[in-house]
Design a protein around this ligand. Structure first.
Ligand SMILES: Cc1cc2nc3c(=O)[nH]c(=O)nc-3n(C[C@H](O)[C@H](O)[C@H](O)COP(=O)(O)OP(=O)(O)OC[C@H]3O[C@@H](n4cnc5c(N)ncnc54)[C@H](O)[C@@H]3O)c2cc1C
Length: 426
């Protein structure tokens, strides 16, 4: 049964499809400016994905220069109009206290994603201008001369002058992820870039890492495509029975997907030296071009260290205190030179990426060329807007995806509010 709260009909109202990050932000601004909103959410509660973000802490934005993929120019144009300071001002307006970590990631001071969701949801629930309807799967959108009719799976029909599509992307379906609205939007003339999992674990040949499943260690990763390192990352790697996960590996998924689609050979190069206390922080600053050189340097240093340790600790205790037990089992049988090579340049053929169910974000979506980055208004269907991951923009991990969701929700709401105000004046 759909849940309904606060009925208030008004012919100058907006429908927001999707009660996630961008939809909730837009709804809060609309009602704060006196514009009635109906929010349609297919799950039985709003903000399910939001609660899972940042491992339950919600990394709600990043203070560093934004890193976007897909239609990068569009994302930059959005940021030029609603960047970090405007998004922070929005959150201050909702009373959220935030905390910036040394790496630039911003979290709620409570360290709980629920606090972020509460700031949005409780405000909407308290507003007589907001009707939240949950368990309402939108199946179609019709444009008529007087506005829009939005149809839901249960046969209901909702009408409004403006529709904001804030329905996210296909990643993490267990948390509501879906791109089911792409077909209706394509019927309205919008171009759609096929979705692909981005930010998700890598599937590799597992022979060399058999037995390491469950191991979490700091690593530097290089992604080698057709014999050249094209991108690199560093952080905590998580070894699994299918390959490697952890944010530093997930960040490479978008490039892996693209390279495999083009039929290129892909290898993941793993350098364990950051976890051995051997790689100074400046070497963890990852430069794809310098990857081999840095790994070679780490190998020399490691070899010297292992030689010294063999003298002082003996063969049997050589690695004890230096490596986790699972890694010791891998390198103990190897001659020193081979062990040093294994630990600084293990190469695994990459065979794929995990699917949407394990992805944090989907690449692809609505073609941004059909939308105005200043207002998020459709250039094809007057009165229609789109925000967040539904658009062909995805961000790096670190808070950029939510930053884009907030910014686009804020801009879309701003334009709908000003259109509504100009109608009132007439
Ligand atoms: C586990 C996980 C952790 C993440 N952590 C972070 C992080 O810390 N920082 C960060 O920046 N990003 C993070 N992300 C990504 C981020 O959550 C998303 O990019 C962001 O939520 C997108 O916002 P959105 O409003 O576009 O879509 P969503 O927040 O996904 O909201 C879309 C809503 O629309 C609803 N919906 C979809 N289709 C329909 C339909 N047909 N009818 C009605 N309702 C519909 C969905 O149920 C959903 O509630 C994470 C993602 C995951 C999965």
């Amino acid at each position: 049964m759909p849940t309904m709260r606060h009925h208030k009909k008004n012919n100058r109202s907006a429908i927001i499809i999707g009660g996630g990050a961008s939809g909730l932000a837009a709804a809060c601004l609309c009602v704060a400016n006196g514009l009635p909103v109906t929010l349609l959410e297919k799950e039985n509660r709003v903000g399910r994905k939001l609660l899972a973000t940042g491992n339950g802490r919600c990394n709600l934005l990043h203070m560093g220069p934004p890193v976007f993929f897909g239609d990068v120019a569009f994302a930059q144009a959005v940021m030029a109009r609603c960047g970090i300071s405007q998004v922070l001002a929005f959150w201050q307006g909702l009373g959220l206290i935030t905390r910036e970590e040394p790496d630039g990631r911003v979290y709620p001071a409570t360290n709980q994603a629920a606090t972020v969701l509460d700031c949005l949801r409780l405000r909407l629930e308290a507003s007589p201008l907001c009707e939240i309807i949950t368990s309402a799967l939108v199946t179609d959108i019709h444009k008529g001369p007087e506005g829009f009719a939005v149809l839901t799976q249960d046969g209901a029909r909702h009408e409004a002058l403006w529709v904001l599509v804030a329905a996210g992307g296909a990643a993490a379906p267990r948390l509501g992820g879906s791109d089911s609205l792409m077909k209706p939007l394509a019927r309205l003339g919008h171009r759609v870039i096929p979705a692909r999992p981005a930010l998700c674990p890598l599937v590799t040949d597992t022979r060399a890492i058999r037995g390491l499943s469950g191991l979490r260690v700091p690593v530097r990763l290089g992604l080698e495509v057709a014999g050249e390192v094209i991108t690199a990352s560093s952080g905590e790697g998580l070894f699994t029975d299918y390959g490697i996960s952890g944010l530093c590996a997930m960040q490479l998924a978008r490039d892996v997907g693209e390279a495999l689609e083009r039929g290129k050979g892909v290898r993941l190069l793993i350098d364990f030296s950051p976890g051995l206390g051997l790689t100074p922080p400046e070497m963890c600053r990852i430069s794809p071009a310098a990857f081999y050189q840095q790994a070679g340097l780490a190998r020399q240093v490691l070899l010297a260290l292992l030689g010294a340790r063999r003298k002082s600790h003996g063969e049997d205790l050589l690695y004890v205190g230096l490596l986790p037990r699972l890694l010791i089992e891998k390198v103990q049988p190897l001659p020193l030179e081979e062990a040093a090579s294994w630990l600084t340049g293990l190469a695994l053929p990459v065979t794929g990426v995990k699917g949407f169910d394990q992805a944090q974000v989907a690449a692809g979506g609505l073609d941004c060329r059909d939308f105005d980055p200043a207002t998020l208004a459709s250039r094809l269907v007057p009165g229609l807007y789109a925000a967040g991951e539904a658009l062909n923009v995805d961000g790096d991990c670190g808070g950029y995806n939510l930053l884009f969701a907030w910014a686009t929700g804020i801009l879309a709401a701003g334009d709908i509010i000003s259109k509504s105000a100009s109608l009132t004046k007439k």
